[in-house]
Ligand binder design. Structure first.
Ligand code: NAG
Ligand code: NAG
Ligand code: NAG
Length: 270
């Protein structure tokens, strides 16, 4: 292997080590359930149902399950959400890994959530479907600065991108855009969990953008993560270019009937 390739390999290895980390840390709630209780069994069963859920829902990157805790009036809710460009297969792998880690990192907590670069898993004994949750949120950024021009152009594009993601419908709320500013390219994505309404999605995005304005203007890259929504932009393409198509292709049209009539007619003539 020649030196440039070796360097590339080292860089890639380093990059994947960073990506494999959980950033920035798991959130484990403050109240605990009893070990070996019905609560624990219910939680384990719900999280392991990620492995058996049908691929169709994971095609849209969303997992949603709930169950009452046997012998109690409590209900447990689990949400899993993958970045919109992941295939169903990658989404499942990502959620399974997080579901297993969340049990290890928050062993007795009644609610928790955990992020990786590509997916999030949350659970709670309070209903978490169709509600906007922006706490806790995390902002990460690239320390390199970009010009005011890039920041300005990005700002105007992000607004449109938020509307596009929010309008994505009940299966997936995800939108991406490549923004060119002079010779620079910026790659951006916006996502909300699809259980939110359009208005809730915009509300969630505005809240996390608000947090960013304090710290991170004119940064070359940034990720803002909250339980219900996220956005990210970078000066390199971080999305998977071979994303699964949003909908299966339409079935081929039926063979034209007139052709068959025509053939029969020809046979009779012969
Ligand atoms: C809850 O469980 C965690 C993990 O076992 C433990 O570290 C923590 O002290 C417990 N909290 C309370 C309030 O018992
Ligand atoms: C952005 O550019 C990438 C190539 O780097 C391309 O694969 C992708 O389709 C573009 N996305 C949009 C939304 O134009
Ligand atoms: C999530 O699950 C709940 C309860 O099973 C259901 O009412 C709701 O429609 C689901 N939401 C989505 C977005 O699938």
């Amino acid at each position: 292997m020649d030196p440039p390739n070796l360097l590339l390999l080292l860089l890639l290895t380093f990059a994947s080590t960073i990506n494999a980390q959980y950033f920035p840390e798991p959130f484990c709630g403050s109240t605990n359930f009893t070990a070996d209780s019905a609560y624990q069994t219910t939680l384990t069963n719900l999280l392991s149902s990620i492995s058996t859920t049908d691929s169709l829902s994971l095609t849209y990157g969303f997992f949603n399950a709930s169950s009452t805790v046997f012998g109690t009036s409590q209900t447990l809710y689990v949400i899993g959400s993958c970045r919109g460009d992941l295939t169903a297969k990658k989404c499942r792998t990502c959620l399974e890994a997080l579901a297993s880690d969340i049990r290890r990192l928050c062993p007795l907590q009644k609610e928790a959530f955990l992020y990786s670069e590509n997916c999030i898993v949350r659970y709670s004994d309070a209903s978490i479907f169709s509600t906007v949750e922006t706490e806790p949120n995390y902002i990460m950024y690239n320390h390199n600065a970009v010009s005011v021009e890039v920041t300005y152009k990005l700002g105007t594009q992000m607004e449109g991108l938020r509307g596009e993601a929010a309008g994505g419908g009940s299966l997936r709320k995800f939108a991406t855009r490549n923004v060119s500013v002079g010779s620079d390219m910026v790659y951006a994505m916006v996502q909300c969990t699809p259980d939110l309404t359009k208005e809730q999605c915009i509300d969630c995005q505005e809240k996390i953008v608000g947090k960013m304005e304090d710290c991170c203007l004119e940064k070359a890259g940034m990720t803002a993560l909250a339980p219900s929504c996220q956005f990210r932009y970078e000066n390199y393409q971080f999305l998977d270019p071979v994303a699964e198509p949003l909908l299966p292709p339409p079935p081929p049209p039926p063979p034209p009937l007139s052709l068959r009539h025509h053939c029969r007619h020809r046979l009779q003539v012969d």
